[in-house]
Each structure stands twice: as structure tokens, then as C-alpha cells.
Design a protein around this ligand. Sequence first.
Ligand code: ADP
Length: 356
Amino acid sequence: MPIQDNEQGATNQLKKIRSALRALRDAVILLNDDDGLEWWNQAAQDLLLLQSSDKSRRIFDFIQVPEFIKYYQEATTLNIDADADESVHIVSWQDPNRYLKCELTPFGDEKLLIIYDVTRLQHLEAMRRDFVANVSHELRTPLTVLMGYLENFSDQPDMPANWRRGFELMTQQTARMNRVVNDLLLLSRIEIEETHAFNEIDMTKLLTHVYDDAQAYNQEYKHTIHLHIDTYDGLYGSEMYLNSALSNLVINAIKYTPKGGNISISWTKTAEGCRFAVEDNGIGIAPKHLARLTERFYRVDSGRSRATGGTGLGLAIVKHVLYQHEASLQIESVEGIGSTFSAVFPNNHVRSAAMN
Ligand code: ADP
């Protein structure tokens, strides 16, 4: 093919790509190595109110939202392997009812910025959250009444023998429903509440409390439980939610370990921050389940989970609490050998003991 035809072909292709990008409903912006605007489509022009004279002006002249600037700097300075966020959600600076998702992809010295309007998704998500919170809240009072009467009736000494089994089952099942409702309410509260209830937490005190609760729960399992506190460093966060999350991990270790097992709880300092870990020598988890464990109501074995009083919401609560504290959950497990669940808290949430 003659060179000219080749060039013509490439130019046509470029034109097509540009028209496609121009027609996109998402804002697309090409940025140069100085973070200046190089090229943009119609949606970006409408969103940022751009004019042709804005070419080469820096993106920060147009988007001054702190979360965006932080994300942008991390995405452009961290190397690819680092754990940078893939995108950031921000509230539109022009309209507080509009939500935007910004995604930056560096290539060579340039970057491609795509801004999606996620307002509808955010509203749907808020509706889902409110619905679950309202349903759970509405179920609370009827359940309390039911549980109260069941307890009263079950105490009657003259109850016919053929009714007793029925009452026992009703009591068990309402108690179970109550646990599910309470966990759903807790999850909703964690999702809705931001970080305003954060305080300095004495981790030695909190872990001792978690350990004492674990020992009380351990009565029928008779495991040996050890607590190793290797640092007096504390955390900045929500004591109530962390107590729930860390207790859930410990209670799981107790529940999913055959009687007489060994459980080790530890709090240690690492290069990135501090690590809470619970190690058990229990039933373990097959690799195919690991990625889904923190989904609501996901259980490896529903029968076993129910038999031990599980709601299937424990690890979802753990995930949300850790997310709130910018911590990550790591799970290592070998079926039949045991599991280690760890929560790694970053340095910005650690409160050094030396400073107290
Ligand atoms: P549940 O109320 O069922 O315990 P969770 O959300 O706490 O719900 O846990 C989800 C599932 O993960 C459990 O049903 C169980 O199959 C598995 N799991 C959690 N922790 C452990 C553990 N320490 N050892 C083995 N399996 C575990």
C-alpha cells in the first residue's frame, strides 16, 4: 500500500476515534506532562465550562476539590504496583446534588482523565441503604414483643409437653431473627455514619475487653486462647465499631475451630502501621470462597453457620469498619489446617504510645 494511503488511513482512524470520544456522555480530558489541558470532548467542555483559550491551563484551576487533588497526586506519583485507588468519588463543585467519579490513567508523560456522572447510582445506593435500615428498624419492636411473650409462656410449668418443643423452636428462631436485624442495623449505621465519632483508642484496654468476651464465649468450646500485645500503640477511630469488628473475627475463630483448638490474638507494629491478627487451627476455608467471604450472607456452610448462631453478616461488618479506618483485611487459610484473619491499620490511624 502506498505511504500516502497509509497516512490517509491513519488520519481517518484518528478522526473516527476523536468523533467517538466527542460523542461520549462522559467527560474525557487529555492532560500533558504539566497537568495542562491538551484536548477535551464536548461533555468535558460542558462540565468544566471550558473555552478554547483554556488549552494548557492546569486541571487544578478547574477542579479544586481536595479529594480529587489528593487522588490525582497519588495516581501520578505512586508507581503502578503501588496500592493507589483506581478512581475517586467527589461531589460536584457546581451542584451539591451531583456526584462524579474521576478516573485518571497516566500513559507516558500524559494522562487521560475520565469523569463519569454517577448521581443516579448514588441515589439508588442511598435508597437501598435507607430501605434496609428502615425495614430493620420496623422489625425491632414486633420482635421485642414476640420475644417477651415467648419467654413468659416458656416459663409456664404447666405447659403441655407437646407444646414445649414448638416454643423452644420459636424462641430460637426469633432470637436468630433478632440477631440478623441487629447486625443489619449495625451495618446500616456504619455505612451512614462518617468518621465524626472517632477518638483516640487505648488498644490494650480494647483488646483485653475483646479477649474477656472471647473467654466467656469459649466456655463450651474449651479452646486455648492467647493474647499477645507487642505494642502499646493505640488507634484513632471508633471504639464501638472496632470492638464489634475485632470481636467478630475472634468469635469466628472460636466457632469455626473444633473443640480444644488453639487461638492466638495479636497486636503488633509493622512498617505500614499496626496489625491485629487472629490465628486459629480450625476447619479453614477453601481458596474459591476467600474472595466472597465479606459479602452479606455469604457462608461456606450455611448449616454450620446457623448452628453456631451466625448471621452471615459478621465479615461484612468487619469489612465496613476496616474501610472506615482505612485498614485492610487479609485472610490466609488452608482447609483443614486453620485460618489467620488480619486487619492492617495504616500509620495515619496509629497513635504512638510514646506520644501519650
Ligand atoms: P457467620 O455469621 O456465618 O459466621 P461471617 O460473615 O462472620 O458469618 O463469616 C462468613 C463465613 O466465613 C462463615 O459462614 C464461615 O463459613 C467463614 N469463616 C469466617 N471465619 C472463619 C474462620 N475463622 N474459619 C473458617 N471459616 C470462617
